[in-house]
Write a protein that binds this ligand. Sequence first.
Ligand code: AHR
Length: 517
Amino acid sequence: MKIKNLFSAALLAAMAIPAGAQTVTVHADKPGDVIPKEIYGQFAEHLGTCIYGGLWVGENSSIPNQNGYRTDVLNALKELKVPVLRWPGGCFADEYHWRDGIGPKENRPKMVNNNWGGTVEDNSFGTHEFFNLCELIGAQPYLSGNVGSGTVEELAKWVEYITSDGDSPMANLRRQNGREKSWNLKYLGVGNESWGCGGNMRPEYYADLFRRYGTYCRDYDGHKLYKVASGASDYEYYWTRTLLERAKDQMAGISLHYYTVWGWSGSKHSATKFDKDEYYWTIGKCREIEDVLIKHIAIMDELDPKNKVDLLLDEWGTWWDEEPGTIKGHLFQQNTMRDAVVASTSLDIFHKYTRRLKMANIAQIVNVLQSMILTKDDKMVLTPTYHVFKMYAVHQDATYIPLDIQCDEIETGKTMRHFAERKLPLVSATASKDKQGTLHISLTNVSIDKEQEVTINLNGIKATKASGTILTASVDAKNTFDNPNVVTTAPFKEVKINKGTMKVKMPKNSIVTLTIQ
Ligand code: AHR
């Protein structure tokens, strides 16, 4: 059976295509919005070993480091071109008191990280360590403020500490702690999941709090804050509606969280042991974000027709059971080729909605949930998801090029009790044109057991050469500390161009990014 993704005229054409033939038509003549690089954002929370051990080992560690940051992780992140990094949470943000994380390390008080396993947090990674890290890797900082257990004054003073250049008490305290110049801060999240771990609030109450916090978080010395309201999770459309109705004029953006997860109670299933049904269920659940985006955006279009408020998907990704033998509550999970397909498929969807969707932050950057990097003592591995983000970096700040995709689909969920039945396309794709005018096309063969030949109709684009990179492995393949390069990229040559048509032979479970010349 065939599906239609974009234009109804194409449906007629699709009916003539025999099963097994997959076609992608490129509409370079109808360019869309620029894909903001912030769609490739990351998230780092004080959770498990994301910060301590993952990003930060301290200056005195035997693990090679640059001013306390792990050198191996730092280098890997530089290569990834991380555009924006959200910190310090997550749920942790609403219990975090920033003054505990400044000044001489030996004087910093400890706290219990109640959300994440009751681990004792020594606050050795604080404001200076975070902002200096952002400068080192070239990422914009995205600060999550404490609304749940903090005060308006506390958050207002944090903003002053970070951004004031004047003779102000907080700027002087910052100078006393070794930083003369203010740091660049644009994105300010006012709370996190305020409907849950961020205070269990009703949207009506939070909307007023947001207005109040927003009033006192001021713009200092040429800085202009972009204030983000703590938004809905998944299908909570009432939250988005209420916040916009009550506070849209005070916000630059509203957030949204969506995880590919089996459910919030009970087992979240293994990250590495799954069968075919579970694999297709996963891709179906991840694709469901498209419908969720469409519905939140429809509410925003209705209440904010001039498109002034942006949508920021500031947490997304897969959430599996913790790896056996790791600490409960630390959310350390392995990452397989299945996670890579979730990443590519999700990014393909995000590219379509950037009129409203201006940022996405995968959860999380190191050692937590669907991470880019895993570390253990002095060892580091790059996950399959890291490789997807690297292959897709060509789409950052490039102009979106719509595609019309016709492909086989599979029905999922039929044999699985309690879970939705979905129809799943077996090819996912996206395209963009960069500032130099070069066209890049990314393709995913979602099929777990079928090689697929994809025909790309370039629709008038003159192309003579296509070179590419491929990521492919068996669907449950993973990189481990003993075997770090099981899933890795390779040059891709299975492309033939003939009179405006390209034929791309894709192995099962594969992701390809092509540069068309
Ligand atoms: O990313 C892990 C947690 O998921 C975050 O702390 C929270 O915001 C969400 O529920």
